[in-house]
Write a protein that binds this ligand. Structure first.
Ligand SMILES: Cc1cc2nc3c(=O)[nH]c(=O)nc-3n(C[C@H](O)[C@H](O)[C@H](O)COP(=O)(O)OP(=O)(O)OC[C@H]3O[C@@H](n4cnc5c(N)ncnc54)[C@H](O)[C@@H]3O)c2cc1C
Length: 560
């Protein structure tokens, strides 16, 4: 941050220190970009909200070197099972159980380097803030509310209110990112509308402390319990190793939130037994299916909930926002540092919006079968009639909800087709299945994961910027041409020679250019055309027109 007169200056101003603003600041700060974050609250959040940091986010946190810190901050013991149990009530009868939900078991999986981590959102934010403290170019200011914005050809000027002193100050930045949540002030200043279904379902959330509840109920250990009964269909789960729990239930649209007495009744109904507990906090929230009509205006961009709002089923909101932060962060940094072209910033919406739209459909699909849809009047009936109903409901749950808890194809199988900074190679995308991941190095998708012989992840060897994978020594002369071209253009590139036949087979190419965010930008067996054209396209210096034809395997000629 630089001070100038009454104001401050930075390369990037981020509005909002939720998980997305913080993640963006980490991505920029790691790249040596000067950042100011303003946050209207006077401290970090306390509501648990997101509870699963998914495998893609964990992969990104590992890239920043903080995956272990996240695991240590997780409030449940490391061996706590990442399972979900369905039962009539917590003290009622079990109906169904899912194991390894969200791929949270701590086992080595060939397809990703980090399992998911159950951790409340506020603890993720605390880890990100701690990491930011180590990045000298980043300043986080609490108690500072963005009130107004103006932009010109060179940058934007924000008017920010210091809430404590009630004194406004200005911030001048080359770029401004609104990571200021669903009610984004930045978005409304830009008069950008959200499009889709607004508040289509209300929800009530309570945090309660119940001494002895953990370990004192009859169900198997789980990260959440979906309770299916006619009185109070709900989801509850432990928040820590002590006795703090969350409780969440749907509220009919327009319903008044429960008063403390009603809340006690509802929680007791969901538990199925009178026990001692104290309600610590309550909140209401609405599920939306909304996407911003535009993600930017000039030098001002939107990220996270500010531009897409999902129903929480499947745990996509924060995780998608962390993905936005990384996509946008490396691109802004490249432009600020001078090696990235303006098309990089145009590509942000082109790449992320279709992913958001797809995930919203997926989350809405998950939301179409939740606890209250599963209720059957005979669920708690004694004897064979009740038993048959419970078995039937349990079977339907297993058939229907697996997609929500095992959506690896959604979390890791998305791709950036049609992006102006991806060099398409004419191959078809892998089969699209929410529950299956077909690893593919087709440009636009995530680079397939691979465990190295020494136990490290292939991703650990990627450079911070572009990585050129050379998967066959025969491709070395072509690699040298690409390296030289990158050097001439000032594009930071790490060359990684890995002569492993299995890897070349997995990537279906001898040469692969991987972007800073682990997406494949280009692959081929050989260069055909000018390497500079490829590099200019993938760094946003040229438009949509693909400048270079890619030669596929079997069409092996010398370097042109
Ligand atoms: C009950 C519930 C459960 C959820 N579960 C999951 C889950 O399991 N997985 C998942 O991935 N997501 C989940 N989500 C969604 C997740 O919480 C959000 O997607 C996430 O918080 C979005 O982060 P953000 O940084 O974009 O916005 P926010 O977290 O809303 O942060 C925005 C920040 O901007 C600040 N701000 C706003 N206006 C201004 C201003 N004018 N000036 C300065 N600061 C400002 C706010 O104070 C806030 O701190 C859940 C949400 C809810 C409600």
């Amino acid at each position: 941050m630089r001070a100038s007169g009454q104001g401050r200056e930075a390369d990037v101003l981020i509005v909002g220190a939720g998980p997305v603003g913080l993640a963006l600041a980490v991505e920029l700060g790691e790249r040596g970009v000067d950042v100011i974050i303003v946050e209207q609250n006077d401290r970090g959040g306390r509501q648990p909200r997101a509870k699963t940091t998914n495998v893609r986010s964990m992969q990104l946190l590992r890239r920043w070197g903080i995956a272990e810190a996240i695991r240590k901050a997780g409030p449940l013991p490391p061996d706590y099972p990442s399972d979900i149990v369905f039962a009539t009530r917590l003290f009622g009868r079990p109906l169904a159980k899912f194991e390894n939900v969200f791929f949270g078991y701590r086992e080595k999986d060939p397809k990703f380097p980090e399992s998911a981590q159950w951790i409340p959102q506020y603890a993720v934010e605390a880890c990100l803030r701690e990491h930011l403290g180590k990045l000298p170019g980043v300043t986080l200011k609490f108690g500072a509310r963005l009130d107004d914005l103006a932009q010109d050809a060179d940058g934007a000027t924000a008017t920010v209110m210091d809430i404590g002193s009630k004194q406004p100050f200005s911030v001048r930045a080359r770029y401004v990112v609104g990571a200021d949540g669903g009610r984004s002030r930045v978005r409304s200043l830009l008069t950008i509308r959200m499009v889709g279904d607004h508040a289509y379902m209300g929800n009530y959330l309570a945090i309660f402390r119940a001494p002895g509840l953990t370990g004192g109920h009859p169900q198997d250990k789980a990260i959440s319990y979906w309770l299916v009964n006619p009185d109070c269909p709900a989801v509850i789960g432990p928040m820590d190793r002590g006795d703090t729990w969350f409780f969440s239930t749907q509220l009919p649209n327009g319903a008044i939130p429960y008063d403390p007495k009603q809340a006690r009744e509802k929680i007791t109904q969901a538990l199925g037994r009178e026990i001692e507990f104290e309600i610590l906090e309550t909140d209401t929230w609405s599920a939306h299916k909304l996407v911003a009509e535009r993600y930017s205006d000039g030098r001002i961009l939107l990220a996270g909930d500010a531009c897409h709002l999902h129903p929480p089923m499947g745990g996509y909101g924060m995780n998608m926002g962390i993905g936005d932060a990384v996509d946008l962060g490396w691109k802004i940094a490249a432009v600020v540092k001078g090696w990235g072209g303006e098309v990089l910033l145009d590509s942000y919406e082109v790449e992320r919006k279709p992913v958001h739209q797809k995930v919203i459909s997926e989350a809405a699909h998950n939301y179409s079968f939740v606890t209250y849809h599963m209720v059957n009047e005979s669920l708690e009936t004694e004897g064979p009639v009740g038993e048959a109903v419970r078995q039937d409901v349990g079977r339907r749950i297993l058939e229907t909800k697996a997609r929500e808890f095992k959506a690896i194809g959604v979390v890791l199988g998305y791709h950036y087709d049609g992006s102006p900074i991806i060099v398409a190679d004419g191959t078809s995308p892998p089969h699209d299945d929410p529950m299956q991941l077909t690893p593919s190095a087709r440009p636009g998708g995530l680079a397939p994961h691979w465990w190295m012989e020494d136990g490290s992840s292939l991703f650990d060897h990627f450079g911070p910027d572009f990585t050129l994978l050379v998967l066959d020594p025969a491709a070395a002369p072509h690699a040298a041409v690409i390296e030289n071209a990158a050097d001439t253009l000032g594009i930071p590139l790490k060359r990684l020679d890995l002569a492993q036949r299995e890897l070349a087979t997995l990537y279906a190419a001898r040469l692969v250019l991987v972007r800073p965010d682990q997406h494949v930008a280009w692959r081929a067996d050989r260069l055909q055309g000018d390497a500079r054209d490829i590099l200019k396209q993938i760094t946003g210096h040229t438009g949509l027109a693909s400048a270079t034809k890619i030669a596929r395997s079997g069409d092996w000629h010398g370097v042109v």
